[in-house]
Each structure stands twice: as C-alpha cells, then as structure tokens.
Design a protein around this ligand. Sequence first.
Ligand code: NAP
Ligand code: ZN
Length: 349
Amino acid sequence: MLQSKGYGATSADDALHHLDFQRRDPGPHDVQIQIQYCGVCHSDLHTVRNEWGNTVYPVVPGHEIVGRVVAVGNHVTRHKVDDIVGVGCMVDSCQRCDACGIGLEQYCENGFVGTYNGEEMHTGGMTYGGYSDSIVVHEKFVLRVPDKLDPAAAAPLLCAGITTYSPLRHWKVGPGQKVGVVGLGGLGHMGIKLAHAMGAQVVLFTTSPNKREDGLRLGADEVVVSKDAEAMARHENSFDFILNTVAAPHSLDAFLVLLKREGTMTLVGAPATPHPSPQVFNLIMKRRHLAGSLIGGIAETQEMLDFCAEHGIVSDIEMIRMDQINEAYERMLKSDVKYRFVIDMATLD
Ligand code: NAP
Ligand code: ZN
C-alpha cells in the first residue's frame, strides 16, 4: 500500500486536520499523481459536514485535482511520467452499462465511484480525495491538462468547469440566446465565462450587490440583484436557459417566471434541504422545463479543458495554504469567495 497524508475530518462536527492513510499501489492501468493543487468545492463542505447524510468517516475531500504523474502501470497508454494531469469528481465506473457506453459515466447505472467518499472497486475500501499529497487513479479517469492553462487556476475546471459546461452544451447554449446564471460562486463564475465564450447573452443573478462589477468583468452582459423585485420583473418571459448554481434552498418560482415559452432552468446547486416546491402554474402555462444536471462525462471533461485552453479560460482563484482550509469553509458559507479557493499542496505538512 501507498502511504499518503492529507487533511480530512473524522466526524460531522470535526474541523479538518492532518490525517495519514493508505492508498492502493498503482495497478497495470493506474496512474500515480503527485498532487500540486486542489480546488475547494462547496460539495466538499456539504460532505465533510454530512449535509447530504451519506458521509463515511474519516473523509478526505477534494475533487478538483491537478498534479504531476510520478508513476504509471505497465498497461497505461494515455499518460506518462511528468505529464500534468487532472482528476475530477469520479475515479471509476462500471464501464459496462449503457450510460458508460456513451461516455456518461456520471450517470453510470451501477453508480460511479466518487473521488472521495466513494466505494473503491478494487479494494472495497473508501476513496480519499485531493486534499492530499498523492492519488492513484485508473488512466481512463485521468485528464490531460493543456499546457496553455495555468495548473493552479485549471484545477477548479475539473468540477466547477465541467458541471457548468455540460448543461450549457446539453441545452445547446449559443449565439442569439439569453442565458441566466444564478449565484456567483465557484460554479457560477465558470458558468458566466463559459456561456459568454459560447456566444450567449449572459445575465447574472446574485444576492450580493457588491459582486456586480465582478459579474460584468467575468463576462455577464447584465447583473441583476435577485432581491430587487422590479429588476427581476423586467426580465419575465425572456430567458432561453437558466443555470441555477445556488447552494441553499430558495424560491425557484422567482426564476421560472423569467423563462420564455419552453425555456429550461437546470439546477446544479445541491442544497442540504429541498427548495420549496415551485408553483405548477409557472411550469404549465408556458410549457417550461425544470431540470437537473450532474458534473459531466470523462470525454466531455477533456473537451471542456480543450475548449478552455482554446478560449483562454481558467478559474479566478485565491490560493490558500492547507492549514487555512477551515477558515476557507467559513468564508464559503458567507459567499465570500473570489471565486474559488485552491489549496497549494506544497504547504501540506
Ligand atoms: P459556492 O462557491 O459557495 O457558490 C454558491 C453561490 O450561491 C454563492 O456564492 C451565492 O452567490 C449563492 N448563495 C449561497 N447561499 C445563498 C442563499 N442562501 N440564497 C441565495 N444564494 C445563495 O458553491 P459552489 O462550489 O459553486 O457550489 C454550488 C452548489 O453546487 C453546491 O450546492 C454544490 O454542492 C453544488 N455542486 C453540484 C454539482 C453537480 O454536479 N450538480 C457539482 C459541484 C457542485 P451570490 O452571492 O451571487 O448570491
Ligand atoms: Zn465539486
């Protein structure tokens, strides 16, 4: 077994602290990665605090991983030692079901293996994520990080990037469309950059009036403070698509009424408790759609990284030391993130 160290929690009310643990030795199809950077996703916080009710402790979070390949198994063909690579939210899936067959590993009918808090297919133990010095991953779940991308600022693309890219592509966002992004956090700021690069007219909805300038700088054509009823009313019946990234329960009706006939609002935010049920009339009167979307497949994640390289897109990051992680979680809860924390893993001791 491979001796690893990282930061994790041993219970829901425990702060993150140093943990030593073991990973499997690299098998013939595995890549061993020395982790350089790991983004901090709100899902890490939901999991550490068991807000989704499924956490197995100890948990070592982190699924926005960038690092350097230090060893490869003898059947590995896609990656080689010294490559800069990424790992996102999944490290395995059954590879046999219909979903895996068409590159939708995130919807694997037998359940994909999460990068952390997942059940290892090889050992039956739990997976441990990227707040750590190294990771061992099947080569199929390892992404190439294009040279053009700064590796630290590329780390958040592995979750925040793909989680926003996938629905924007699935619902065919492009020129001539009016697209809303709700919430300016890690996911939201990537949603704005990507929708803008895809050619859409982008409107940011935020609860934080002080984020207006940033919203415009990141690529929004307009910023609406969602508590301002008059400003909201001016946008009724006008959106083709709305991407809702908010991490807390709120009224969906406020946004559904902004969709035009047959428009879609897709939820990617995953709050600990449900949103109040929306008014059925807000859906049926204009045949509107309310949908959801989970991260993205492996091939699509590579496509997103290549798209970002081509368009010069990375995350806006605030680099932190590993021992600043608990403080970063508190700031994330106050919507005080500009716009993704990334841990410099060289600071892990
Ligand atoms: P984040 O950085 O904390 O951003 C969330 C944003 O939501 C905040 O910045 C804030 O934006 C807004 N917000 C927070 N509390 C709010 C409230 N009470 N009312 C209204 N708006 C509020 O989080 P993130 O990392 O982007 O993640 C967002 C959510 O997506 C989390 O629930 C996470 O678990 C989930 N997620 C889902 C997937 C998926 O595959 N579907 C993947 C990754 C993450 P403003 O200040 O602009 O209002
Ligand atoms: Zn995430």
